[in-house]
Write a protein that binds this ligand. Structure first.
Ligand code: CO8
Length: 258
């Protein structure tokens, strides 16, 4: 289905809405336009009575995080607004009244991993790779990762991922509970569809209430607010300038802690 969007494709089949992140030249990095389009498409699916469940997927890659080049052009005094707006769309995924499954191939990094964390269930292909590499940029996760990752995989593993920026393969991600299942790359969508079809047999009301209750119990709001504030603080440092410049110049950063 053509939504008129540039970076987000939407297909509606039976009662499933499939969102495909579609900016492969930048490994599906999330720029402003893409985030806006994602939010709009999610709103449309929430309000569509024909749709019972949603799958979010990529193409070769799931998503390499926020668009670093675009982010670098934002003034430090404006970053908090941008971060808060990104949170709004990621929270929108988590708070959809319908189940949302992430079907992941290739890289799910930074904001891409955080987008997957906001989904209800994650299915990974064997090629999938997960990481919160923001420390390499002199930053912290800024789309909810400091809060959702530890709730999913435990504090120890979350700290390891966020403090070292290490990239995990699909099997490791499964072993710590970051993904629900790993299948062959070509079977990721089939597996995700199987799961949504199984949920679609159940009472939509019961599914909606159970999801809302589990989310409520996470008590995530205060931590997300702190994340926005500290992301903005990090963004104003020389280390962030060094980290992002090093990424763009394809070299190792030299951090000074200022
Ligand atoms: N942003 C912009 N461009 C990207 C990104 C990105 N996140 N990731 C990859 N690209 C681009 C590369 O620059 C490259 O472009 P070009 O061909 O013009 O040089 C192209 O995609 C292909 O990438 P690589 O050549 O780097 O491919 P590799 O296979 O060598 O590496 C990696 C793949 C490991 C995924 C590597 O691209 C990488 O490390 N990417 C960055 C991952 C990252 O650090 N993500 C975190 C970003 S920060 C974030 O997400 C915080 C979210 C909260 C933000 C809050 C907003 C205020």
């Amino acid at each position: 289905m053509n939504t008129g969007n540039e970076h987000i494709k939407l297909e509606k089949k039976k009662e499933i809405g499939t969102i495909t992140l579609n900016r492969s030249e930048a490994r599906n990095a999330l720029n402003r336009k893409m985030i806006q389009e994602l939010g709009d498409v999610l709103t449309g699916l929430e309000n569509d009575p024909q749709i019972r469940s949603i799958i979010i997927t990529g193409n070769k890659d799931f998503c390499a995080g926020a668009d670093i080049k675009e982010m670098n052009a934002i003034k430090p005094e404006e970053i908090e607004i941008f971060c808060r707006w990104g949170h709004k769309v990621i929270n929108q995924i988590e708070n959809m009244s319908k189940p949302v499954i992430a079907a992941i191939n290739g890289f799910a990094m930074g904001g891409g991993c955080e987008l997957a964390l906001a989904c209800d269930i994650r299915i990974a292909g064997e090629s999938a790779k997960f990481g919160q590499p923001e420390v390499n940029l002199g930053l912290i996760p800024g789309f909810g990762g400091t809060q959702r990752l530890s709730r999913l995989v435990g504090v120890g593993k979350a700290k390891e991922m966020i403090l070292t920026g290490r990239i995990l393969n699909a099997k490791e991600a499964e072993s710590i509970g970051l993904v629900n299942a790993v299948v062959k790359d070509v079977e990721v969508m089939t597996k995700a569809e199987e799961i949504v079809q199984s949920i679609a047999q159940k009472s939509p009301l019961a599914v909606k209430m159970a999801k809302a209750l589990i989310n409520e119990n996470q008590e995530i709001g205060k931590g997300l607010e702190r994340e926005i504030a500290l992301f903005a603080q990090c963004f104003a440092t020389q280390d962030r300038l060094e980290g992002i410049n090093a990424f763009l110049e394809k070299r190792k950063p030299k951090f000074k802690g200022i």
